[in-house]
Design a protein around this ligand. Structure first.
Ligand code: NAG
Length: 273
C-alpha cells in the first residue's frame, strides 16, 4: 500500500515501469487478502467453516488475481526489453495508450481465463466429503474430494495451467530477456553494462522467485499434498510481500522518492505548528 501511495503521489515515479508496479501492488494486495483473511480468522477463532459459494468465490478470485499478476509481470518484462534494447524510442513505444492497453488486457483476461474451470467446478454433482485439505479453496482440493466424473475438469486444468500460466508468460518473458542479454553483452563499458543490468535486476529477481515457487508447487505430484501446501503458502503469502520489498529496497528511485516525501511531510508539519 505504501508503494502504491508513493507511485501515485510522486510525479518522478510516473513512468510505465512504476505504473505496472503500482498495478502489481494492487494485485498482490488483493490476492493475499482473498486467502489470508480466512487463514488468520481460522487461527484466531478456530472457525474453519466456509460456505460452498464462498469457497467457489475464493477460488475464482484467487485464480483470476494470480493469473493477472503473472500477466502483469510478463508485460513488465516487455517494458524492460523496450527500456534496454530501444532506449531512444522508449517514450514513443511505451506511450500511455499502450500501457493502458497492456494493463487492461491483463485485468480483463485475468478475470476471464478462470471462468471455464469455475463453471466446471460448479458442475461437480457429488462430493465424498465436506472437508477441504488445504488452507484456501483452490482447484486441487476441490478435485480431491469430488466423486463424480471430473476428467474434463482435469484436462482443462492441466492444459490451462501449462499454456496460460507457464508456457505463454514464460516464453514471452524468456524472449524479452534473450534480447535484453544480447543487448547488454554488446555494451562495451563495464559501467554501462552494470547500469543496464541494474534496470532489470528487480524484475528478474521477482520473476525467478515466482517461477521457482510455481514450478516447485506444480512439479510435486498430487500425492505430496503437504509439501504442495507449503509452496502454495509461500506463493500466496510470501511472494506478495517480497515483490514490493524487492522493488523498493533494490531501487534508488523508490528510495529517493520515499525520502523526498518524508522530508516534505516533515516540513509541512513543521510549518503548520
Ligand atoms: C495501472 O496502469 C495503468 C496503465 O499504465 C495506469 O493508468 C494506472 O494509473 C495504473 N494504476 C495505478 C494505481 O497506478
Amino acid at each position: 500500500m505504501s508503494l502504491l501511495l508513493l507511485v501515485c503521489l510522486d510525479s518522478h515515479l510516473h513512468t510505465p515501469m512504476y505504473f505496472f508496479l503500482a498495478n502489481l501492488s494492487i494485485v498482490d494486495m488483493t490476492s493475499s487478502t482473498v486467502t489470508l483473511h480466512k487463514i488468520i480468522l481460522t487461527f484466531l477463532t478456530g472457525d474453519n467453516k466456509m460456505t460452498y459459494l464462498a469457497c467457489l468465490a475464493q477460488s475464482y478470485m484467487f485464480g483470476s488475481l494470480s493469473g493477472h499478476g503473472l500477466f502483469i509481470l510478463t508485460a513488465m518484462g516487455y517494458d524492460r526489453y523496450v527500456a534496454i534494447c530501444r532506449p531512444l524510442n522508449y517514450n514513443i513505444i511505451m506511450n500511455y495508450k499502450i500501457c493502458l492497453l497492456l494493463v487492461s488486457f491483463c485485468w480483463i483476461f485475468g478475470f476471464i481465463q478462470v471462468v471455464p474451470y469455475v463453471l466446471l467446478i460448479s458442475k461437480i454433482s457429488c462430493y465424498s466429503s465436506n472437508v477441504i485439505d488445504h488452507f484456501c479453496c483452490d482447484l486441487v482440493p476441490f478435485m480431491a474430494i469430488a466423486c463424480s466424473d471430473i476428467t474434463i475438469l482435469e484436462s482443462v486444468t492441466v492444459i490451462q495451467g501449462m499454456i496460460i500460466y507457464i508456457f505463454i508468460p514464460l516464453l514471452l518473458t524468456f524472449t524479452s530477456y534473450i534480447f535484453i542479454i544480447r543487448t547488454i553483452m554488446k555494451i562495451r563499458s563495464s559501467i554501462g553494462r552494470r547500469k543496464a543490468f541494474y534496470t532489470c535486476s528487480s524484475h528478474l529477481t521477482v520473476i525467478l522467485l515466482l517461477y521457482m515457487t510455481l514450478i516447485l508447487q506444480y512439479a510435486i505430484p498430487a500425492n505430496g499434498l503437504s509439501s504442495k501446501k507449503i509452496f502454495s503458502l509461500i506463493n500466496t503469502a510470501m511472494v506478495p510481500i517480497l515483490n514490493p520489498l524487492i522493488y523498493s529496497l533494490k531501487n534508488k528511485d523508490v528510495k529517493t522518492a520515499f525520502i523526498r516525501k518524508i522530508r516534505k511531510w516533515k516540513l509541512e508539519i513543521f510549518t503548520a505548528t
